[in-house]
Design a protein around this ligand. Structure first.
Ligand SMILES: [Zn+2]
Length: 84
């Protein structure tokens, strides 16, 4: 089920709301009760909450990139050799 990001233009509260695609969009802000709650046009709907950081962080980086390129090039990286 997709998660939509909503924002209230009155009090500025943001909330991720899990909804079916067929559900009517919310309009009433849960914080201030005004009908200024609206769905934001973002790609956040397809990120799982809590994993958004990784999804965006890895999007434009190759996964095989070492943590520290200079060390890896030299063949002696403390972080890569059993670092916790
Ligand atoms: Zn509000």
């Amino acid at each position: 089920m997709p998660i939509y990001e909503y924002r209230c233009s009155s009090c500025g509260v943001q909330q991720d709301v899990m909804q079916k695609m067929s559900d009517a969009p919310l309009t009433v802000c849960p914080e201030c009760g005004k009908e200024t709650f609206s769905k934001q046009l973002t790609a956040a709907g397809f990120q799982l909450k809590g994993s958004g950081y990784y999804a965006t962080d890895f999007k434009d980086k190759p996964k095989a990139e070492p943590a520290c390129a200079p060390c890896a090039a030299a063949g002696s990286c403390p972080a890569a050799n059993g670092g916790s």
